[in-house]
Design a protein around this ligand. Sequence first.
Ligand SMILES: Nc1nc2c(c(=O)[nH]1)N[C@H]1C(S)=C(S)[C@@H](COP(=O)(O)O)O[C@H]1N2
Ligand SMILES: [Mo]
Length: 337
Amino acid sequence: MLIKSKQPLLESATTPENVYSERRAILKGLGLGGLLLAGPSRAGFFSKEASGPVPAAAKRYPLSYQKAASASPLVPTPENKILTHNNFYEFGTGKTDPFKNSQGLRLEPWTLSVEGEVAKPGTLDVWELINGAQKQGAQLQERIYRMRCVEAWSMVIPWIGIELGQILKQFEPTSKAKYLAFETLYDPQQMPGQQSRRIGGGIDYPYVEGLRMDEAMHPLTILSVGLYGKTLAPQNGAPIRLVVPWKYGFKGIKSIVKIRLVEKMPPTTWNILAAKEYGFYANVNPAVDHPRWSQGSERAITEGGLFSAKRQKTLPFNGYGDEVAGLYSAMNLKKWF
Ligand SMILES: Nc1nc2c(c(=O)[nH]1)N[C@H]1C(S)=C(S)[C@@H](COP(=O)(O)O)O[C@H]1N2
Ligand SMILES: [Mo]
């Protein structure tokens, strides 16, 4: 089925994550690294090169999984929004670029390697993992989670996935494993944003992310392999991506090929680009504003355009405080933002 692309949503309240950093990258290239240009966002301009005709949507396979408890008060965002309003800078910085430019991504075979501080390093064939988890029934679970982008928009996504902790156990983390370092596929031939700093928003690829060990082992943290009953679309990070619902969306690294268990806090993509704006922890926190905009509220993406968007309060830990606040009880969250 070919899904028709909707008009890009106007990001009115905030500036996209990348704006300063891509300017900085370009200025650096010109030997003007210390300067920042004034003026409105040019993200749309930068994304043009990556756009083009939309190929037929990549195939998504139906999954069998354990349904989420029906008591959830969250109403999922319409599927077409989840599929067409994305951040995946490897395919361009515009919100509809990932959908437009990622449909040809080769998803099979796909290998995820787990290495570093583990007694049994090794690789996972992701499609075997998905098939195996379906056979064991209970292992593929639906999780209907809020997703809050640091740009102050949000969705509710009915993910299907496996607890990351369950997967990690098989590799037997050692006592030295304090953090995890994740990596997205690096393949410039398939990912136009990796060919050009302009298309890719100035990021040094591969995209990297990290978690502390206790965050990774928390039962809310999943590796997602699907949404809305089917395997993931490329633009959402197929075939396997991280979901940590109490953190800003950029922690949810897509199309993962490597997880390395390490002793020290690993570098993370947005922190490398702009350390004052994006921390390692990135817990959703309405009390700590982004230097350029408020994090106190968010625009819930719904069916329709800008005028039907609902502004709602942002919740501490994105509404998951009862479950996860204890992980940070000894920390000053203004410092460790
Ligand atoms: N590899 C990679 N992962 C990524 C990104 C990206 O640009 N590249 N963007 C992040 C950001 S900023 C957000 S908000 C979420 C968006 O996920 P979604 O498009 O599936 O809603 O993916 C995150 N994971
Ligand atoms: Mo984001």
